[in-house]
Design a protein around this ligand. Structure first.
Ligand code: GLN
Length: 487
C-alpha cells in the first residue's frame, strides 16, 4: 500500500513499529498533493516547510516513546480554523492575506498531540454553500468524477481525504457542511454535539450552529479524531464541561442487538429525493436491522420548516458576525476612498463574494427594527419546536437514520444560479444543527453513475458513542469505505 493511502490507525502501526517515519509519511502526502492538486483544487495553502519540521520533531518523539494516536500524522485543516503563522482565508478575498496570531483550540490540541498540519483546505467562502462553488479562489472537484461538485462548505476537507491527499481533515458544520461533502465524496464525517468541541479560533459563521468535526477514511479514524479535539474550553463559553469518553471504546464489532433505530416518517417521501439515494439508504437500514438493531418509526413533525428557520437564523447571525470585516483592523481594505463610510462600503463590496453579500443582506433585513419579531423571533420559536421533535423521538430510539443529501453530487455549475434550490438540498442536515445534536455521514453505496452516497446517523446530545457504534458495525459488515476514487 502507498503511504498516502494509509488511514490514521494503519499509519500509527507502521510508525510505532518503525517501519516508516513521519518524515516519509508526510513527504508521501506532499508528493500526492503535487500529483493531483491541480485536478482536485482541495488546498488553498500547502504548508510543506512547517510540516516537515513538525514531522522531524514527531520522529524524535516516536523514538523517545512519547506517542499519542496522532503523533506524526499529517492532517488537512479547513481554512476557517485559525492556525498561528499559517494564512487563514475562509476562501474569501477579504482575508486573502490574513495570518492569525494564535491557534484555534482544536489546533492547540492537535499540535500538542503531535499531529502535523499539511495545509489549509478550500471551502465555500465563510462556509456559506453546499457545493464549494462559492470559494473566491477556485472550485473543488469531486475526486470520483471531476465534473461534479464535492459538496460544501467543507468541500476541500472531504475531497482531500477522498483523493488521498491527507489521511484525515477537520471541517466545520453549521447546516451540514461536514456531513454533506462527506456523503458526496464517500468519506466519514462527524458533526459533534453543539458544545462538544471548542469553537475558539473558528471564524464564526452562525455561532449558535457552528461545530468543528473530523472527516476521515473510516469510523476508527473518526473516533481517534473525536478523542483528540473534544472537551471543555474556558475560551468558548458554549463548550460544555462534561467528560469526554474514549470514543474508540465504542468500536466493538459485537452486533447491534438492543439498539433502536428511528426512521422519521416525514423523510420518506420527501419531494426531490432521488430514487438511487432512497434505495441505497433503504438497503443500509436493512443491513443495520440484520445486525440485530430494531427499527421504529418516529415522527419529526416540524421538518418542513427547518430550511426556512435555518435560512433566517444562519444569515442573521452571519450578518452580525461578519460586521467585523470592515477593512479597519484586519483583512483587505479598499484604499481608493478617503471617506470612512465609503471605505467600509467599498471594502465589503469588493472583499465579499455574491453569496456572502446575499446572506449579509438577508440577515440584516431579518434583524432590522420592526422585522425582528416576524423573522428572527419566529424562526427561533420554530427551532424550539424542532428541538422538542428530537427530544420526543429519542424517547423511543437510540439513533435516527436518514439520507444526508436528497441527491448524489451534481455537476459543477448545475445549481449555482439558483440559490433557493441549493438551500432546499440541505433539508436532511439542517435540523441536527438547529437541535444541537450530533450527526454523521457514512459511505453506504453508489449511484448508477458511480458517485458515493452517504447514510446519516443522528444521535442524542453527547451520545456520539452510540452513533459511532452503529457506524462501526455497519462499516465492518460492508466494504464501501474500502472503495477508492481513481484519479
Ligand atoms: N449549506 C448550508 C449553508 O450554506 C450549510 C453550510 C455549513 O454547514 N457551513 O448555509
Amino acid at each position: 500500500m502507498k503511504l498516502h493511502e494509509l488511514t490514521i490507525h494503519e499509519a500509527r502501526k507502521l510508525l510505532d513499529k518503525k517501519e516508516i517515519t513521519s518524515k516519509e509519511l508526510t513527504q508521501g502526502i506532499f508528493d500526492r498533493i503535487n500529483d493531483v492538486e491541480e485536478k482536485v483544487g482541495a488546498f488553498i495553502t500547502v504548508s510543506q516547510e512547517l510540516a516537515m519540521e513538525q514531522a522531524e520533531k514527531a520522529d524524535k518523539e516516536i523514538v523517545a516513546g512519547n506517542v499519542t494516536a496522532l503523533t506524526g500524522i499529517p492532517l488537512g485543516i479547513k481554512d476557517l480554523i485559525c492556525t498561528k503563522g499559517i494564512r487563514t482565508t475562509c476562501a474569501s478575498k477579504i482575508l486573502e492575506a490574513f495570518v492569525p496570531q494564535y491557534d484555534a483550540t482544536v489546533m492547540k490540541k492537535l499540535n500538542a498531540a503531535g499531529a502535523i498540519t499539511a495545509g489549509k483546505l478550500n471551502m465555500d467562502e465563510f462556509a456559506m454553500g453546499s457545493s464549494n462553488e462559492n470559494s473566491s479562489f477556485k472550485p473543488v472537484h469531486n475526486p470520483w468524477n471531476l465534473d461534479y461538485i464535492p459538496g460544501g462548505s467543507s468541500g476541500g476537507s472531504a475531497a482531500s481525504v477522498a483523493a488521498d491527499m491527507c489521511p484525515a481533515s477537520l471541517g466545520s458544520d453549521t447546516g451540514g457542511s461536514i456531513r454533506q461533502p462527506a456523503s458526496h465524496c464517500g468519506v466519514v464525517g462527524i458533526k459533534p454535539t453543539y458544545g462538544r468541541v471548542s469553537r475558539y479560533g473558528l471564524v464564526a459563521f452562525a455561532s449558535s450552529l457552528d461545530q468543528i468535526g473530523p472527516l476521515t477514511k473510516d469510523v476508527t479514524d473518526s473516533a481517534i479524531m473525536m478523542n483528540a479535539i473534544s472537551g471543555h474550553d474556558a475560551k468558548d463559553s458554549t463548550s460544555v464541561p462534561r467528560d469526554v469518553p474514549d470514543y474508540t471504546k465504542a468500536l466493538e464489532n459485537a452486533g447491534l442487538k438492543g439498539i433502536k433505530i428511528g426512521i422519521p416518517k416525514e423523510y420518506k417521501s420527501k419531494e426531490g429525493l432521488d430514487p438511487a439515494v432512497s434505495e441505497t439508504v433503504g438497503n443500509a437500514v436493512k443491513t443495520i436491522e440484520n445486525l440485530g438493531a430494531e427499527t421504529v418509526e418516529i415522527s419529526l413533525p416540524h421538518t418542513d420548516y427547518a430550511v426556512a428557520a435555518y435560512y433566517v437564523i444562519a444569515p442573521a447571525e452571519a450578518s452580525s458576525n461578519l460586521a467585523r470585516f470592515d477593512g479597519v483592523k484586519y483583512g483587505f481594505r479598499d484604499k481608493t476612498q478617503s471617506d470612512l463610510l465609503k471605505m467600509y462600503k467599498n471594502t465589503r463590496s469588493k472583499g465579499f463574494g455574491p453569496e456572502v453579500q446575499r446572506r449579509i443582506i438577508l440577515g440584516t433585513y431579518a434583524l432590522s427594527a420592526g422585522y425582528y419579531d416576524a423573522y428572527y423571533r419566529k424562526a427561533s420559536q420554530v427551532r424550539s419546536l424542532i428541538m422538542s421533535d428530537f427530544r420526543n423521538a429519542f424517547e423511543s430510539c437510540d439513533v435516527i437514520l436518514s439520507p444526508v443529501a436528497p441527491t448524489p453530487a451534481f455537476k459543477i455549475g448545475e445549481k449555482s444560479d439558483d440559490p433557493l434550490t441549493m438551500y432546499l438540498s440541505d433539508i436532511f442536515t439542517l435540523s441536527a444543527n438547529l437541535a444541537g445534536i450530533p450527526g454523521m455521514s457514512l459511505p453506504c453505496g453508489f449511484s448508477p453513475d458511480g458517485l458515493p452516497i452517504g447514510l446519516q446517523i443522528m444521535g442524542n446530545h453527547f451520545d456520539e458513542g452510540t452513533m459511532l457504534k452503529v457506524a462501526y458495525n455497519f462499516e465492518q459488515a460492508t466494504d464501501f469505505h474500502m472503495k477508492r476514487a481513481t484519479l
